[in-house]
Design a binder for this molecule. Structure first.
Ligand code: FCB
Length: 505
């Protein structure tokens, strides 16, 4: 998701909150010690919020998903694991960045986060009680190779084997991301993503992991959101490693994409017993703020920068020439992917992961400025809520890039969740957000998009990067003082979506 949009206070959606909900009925099993009674959940949800939540009501028409459609939840290593010094883990750029004063809200770090490294079994039990069929998590490179290269840390691999086996035992399908932003600090010291060698180091790390876990992890994602890594990490500096250098960002894009292609090649060469591999991109439909020629031109350029600069190399083996960054042109020689690397980057993938949070509105004429439309409510992140953007995006990818199988690998929202006096979290806005986006995904399926699954971000509240712990995206609430997990209303709603394989029409 675009992170250079200004943060805005949450605009409450009129009528979105579900007042008077009998939350005590709904979440009788606070923190899910046992599966809540299905009938009670149905009754209370259905009665309180017919439009968005009565998935299970016999009277409600269902937007049914195809059999085998994969529902899941997602997290990433640095955002939940904590235990940053346990069992030989090396430092990552996020350890360094978050410990640098002024970089994250209130100086938050991932040192403890959700303590998932120690509580993983309970977290898996919770997922099982929610009936979640698949879990997308990420593997921390510095746990596996504390220095980024060289000596393998067996204890790090052991943790992910326990996790993957624990998932399989609970009938939950593991989907592992190899890189969700936690570059080993030693590799940053050697130049980070702007250094070409990092791509090679990534492929070596990927090979170690494929060999160690290829028998227990069926689905692999090379990179999470290379656009964010290159631009927020190296161009604007709002994320680790906090570099502000347009040329470094341009090089980072090239080497991230090369790293992806090399890892796909290594996956094919390693041939794990089973499995498929893809990449996850943060994609955003780009709309002109007005119908003027200037704004339309600006939207085209921004679409190149945000979307086509990643989609084209991976899915077409080409690099778009009309790419422009808000406020500065990067359509210059240093920004081009070397032609010799394009076939590697274009290595066939089994699926494309799509992370969708919000669209982009753009205005011209000289430089494309990203803005808000002003016509939509926003989440606590200041991101506009536009479910139809997901439909537009999925249809467009299929139209422009062919029938590559798609998964929504992240979609969700932060809201100002509060624990009520009854100890429950009645997050009606999140239920509505998820409902409307899942309905948009259904519409895309109807239009012929080969969408195979949907992963909600996130399983639980976590360290939201530079925002620290101030933004809660979870279906499950985390009380950071006690590490207690409390299923929000949205978690139980999502459980019904999974159970009935659809949402109310
Ligand atoms: C995405 C990231 C994920 C999380 C969500 C809110 O860009 O992949 O880690 O921070 O945004």
């Amino acid at each position: 998701m675009a992170r250079n949009l200004s943060r805005r206070n949450l605009l409450r959606q009129a009528g979105a909150a579900v007042g008077g909900l009998a939350a005590s009925d709904l979440l009788a099993a606070c923190a899910l010690p046992a599966p809540p009674d299905a009938a009670a959940t149905r009754a209370s949800v259905g009665a309180a919020a017919p439009r968005h939540a009565d998935v299970s009501s016999t009277r409600a028409p269902l937007l049914a998903f195809p059999q085998g459609f994969r529902w899941g939840v997602a997290t990433s290593a640095y955002q939940i694991e904590g235990a940053v010094r346990a069992d030989g883990r090396g430092a990552s750029i996020w350890d360094r960045f978050s410990h640098t004063p002024g970089k994250t809200k209130y100086g938050a770090t991932g040192d403890v986060a959700c303590d998932h490294y120690h509580r993983w079994a309970d977290d898996l039990d919770l997922m099982q009680r929610l009936g979640v069929p698949s879990y997308r998590f990420s593997i921390a490179w510095p746990r596996v190779l504390p220095n980024g290269l060289g000596q393998v840390n067996q204890k790090g691999l052991d943790f992910y084997r326990r996790l993957a086996e624990g998932l399989l035992q609970r009938n939950i399908r593991p989907m592992a991301t190899l890189y969700h932003w936690d570059l080993p600090q030693t590799l940053q010291d050697r130049g980070g993503w702007p250094a070409r060698d990092t791509a090679q180091r990534f492929a070596s790390y990927a090979e170690v992991v494929f060999r160690a876990l290829g028998d227990v992890v069926p689905d692999w994602i090379t990179l999470n959101e290379p656009w964010v890594v290159a631009n927020v990490g190296y161009r604007w500096g709002g994320h680790a490693p906090g570099v502000t250098d347009a040329m470094a960002a341009a090089r980072a894009r090239q080497h991230l994409l090369l790293a992806h292609g090399l890892a796909v090649q290594s996956f094919r060469a390693t041939r794990p017993a089973r499995g498929q591999i893809g990449i996850t991109l943060n994609l955003s439909p780009v709309y002109p703020a007005t119908a003027t020629v200037e704004d339309r031109m600006a939207a085209l350029l921004t679409d190149g920068f945000l979307n086509r600069a990643y989609l084209d190399p991976v899915l077409r083996g080409s690099d778009p020439t009309d790419v422009q960054v808000s406020g500065e042109s990067t359509n210059s020689a240093y920004d081009r992917i070397p032609a010799a690397d394009l076939p590697t980057i274009h290595a066939p993938i089994d699926f494309l992961g799509v992370n969708y949070y919000a669209p982009s509105y753009v205005t011209g004429p000289l430089t494309a400025i990203r803005t808000l439309s002003g016509h939509h409510a926003t989440t606590a992140m200041g991101w506009e809520i536009v479910p139809s953007g997901l439909y537009d995006l999925l249809v467009r990818i299929t139209h422009d890039y062919g029938r590559v199988p798609l998964y929504v690998t992240e979609n969700g929202a932060a809201f100002g969740d509060r624990v009520g006096r009854d100890g429950q979290i009645d997050d009606g806005e999140r239920v509505r957000f998820l409902h409307d986006h899942i309905a948009a995904a259904h519409q895309a399926l109807q239009a012929g998009v080969p969408l195979h699954g949907y992963y909600a971000w996130a399983l639980m509240d976590n360290f939201e990067w530079a925002e620290g712990y101030t933004k809660r995206f979870g279906l499950v609430y985390v009380d950071y003082a006690t590490q207690r997990r409390i299923a929000k209303r949205s978690a139980l709603w999502y459980r019904d979506v999974i159970r009935y394989n659809g949402v109310s029409a």
